[in-house]
Design a protein around this ligand. Structure first.
Ligand code: B12
Length: 220
């Protein structure tokens, strides 16, 4: 009952653009021993989904989207801190992952969750941030001798950059050197196949499982 009320209050704090309140309620949920991933899956992600739809239908506008994103980020930062704290990171690196949001796209909340999940599972992450030019992914991967290039795209208008990275790898004769993983809301298993990526995952948790599996099997 208490948890349900806190869930409702957290949802409201995001809808009403109140980052401090969102942080406070998130802390209360963690004190009540709620799994941080559950808070993401059951409250924050669905709330952002609804907010995105409202924006799409022009029921709300860009400043509203920005306000909600700020509150979402505030809550997410508390959750990711907790995930980090409670994980016992393996001492040996499971592999190197170059990660970023593709060119023209500044959405980074989901990418940052993927980063924290991979980090706590023992991967070494080279986070290039957002709005990353396609060639930069490859340059970084070459520099650090990465195993995986992971590309996040949140818009139908930017997902083509995931294809561009793969095409560039092919043109440079380096396609087989890396596992290329794609993700983000508009992407799918079909999209992965269409552009010739090696893997796609819907969530950060699934992304972690998939990368672990692919690296251990050395599927490329
Ligand atoms: C928050 C948000 C913003 C924030 C972003 C803040 C930030 N720092 O990231 C702000 C306000 C800045 C913003 C701006 C804009 N936004 Co916006 N935004 C959203 C919103 C509401 C939520 C996104 C989000 O954070 N979700 C929560 C996270 C946790 O989920 P996620 O990102 O999907 O990530 C999960 C998975 O996808 C996966 N994943 C993510 N990345 C990867 C990578 C890999 C490799 C893998 C395996 C998995 C994976 O794991 C994550 C965790 O499980 C979405 C709506 C939606 N439904 O997505 C619109 C949305 C993406 N935005 C949209 C638009 C149009 C814009 C703007 C163009 C608006 C404008 N007119 O300026 C600008 C974009 C500017 C730009 N050049 O990028 C549209 C895109 C439409 C389209 N063409 O596809 C959406 C869909 C809203 C809508 N329905 O209209 N936005």
């Amino acid at each position: 009952m208490v948890i349900e009320r806190l869930y409702e209050a957290l949802k409201k704090s995001v809808e009403e653009y109140k980052p401090e309140k969102a942080k406070k309620i998130t802390k209360e949920l963690l004190e009540a021993q709620v799994d941080p991933l559950k808070v993401l899956d059951e409250v924050l992600n669905p709330t952002m989904e609804e907010i995105g739809e409202k924006f799409d239908n022009m029921d709300i506008f860009l400043p509203d989207l920005m306000g909600a994103a700020e509150a979402m980020q505030a809550a997410t930062s508390i959750l990711t801190e907790q995930i980090k704290k409670s994980s016992t990171k393996p001492t040996e690196s499971k592999g190197k992952v170059v990660l970023g949001t593709v060119l023209g796209d500044i959405h980074e909340i989901g990418k940052n969750i993927v980063k924290i999940m991979l980090e706590t599972s023992g991967f070494e992450i080279f986070d290039l941030g957002k709005d990353v030019p396609s060639l930069k992914f490859i340059e970084k991967a070459e520099e650090v001798n990465a195993d995986v290039i992971a590309l996040s795209a949140l818009m139908t208008t930017t997902m083509h950059s995931q294809r561009e990275v793969i095409e560039l790898l092919e043109a440079l004769g380096k396609r087989d050197n890396y596992i290329v993983l794609v993700g983000g809301n508009p992407t799918s298993e079909n999209w992965k196949k269409e552009i010739g990526a090696d893997g796609w995952a819907e969530t950060a948790v699934e992304a972690t499982k998939l990368i672990t599996k692919m690296i251990s099997e050395k599927v490329r």
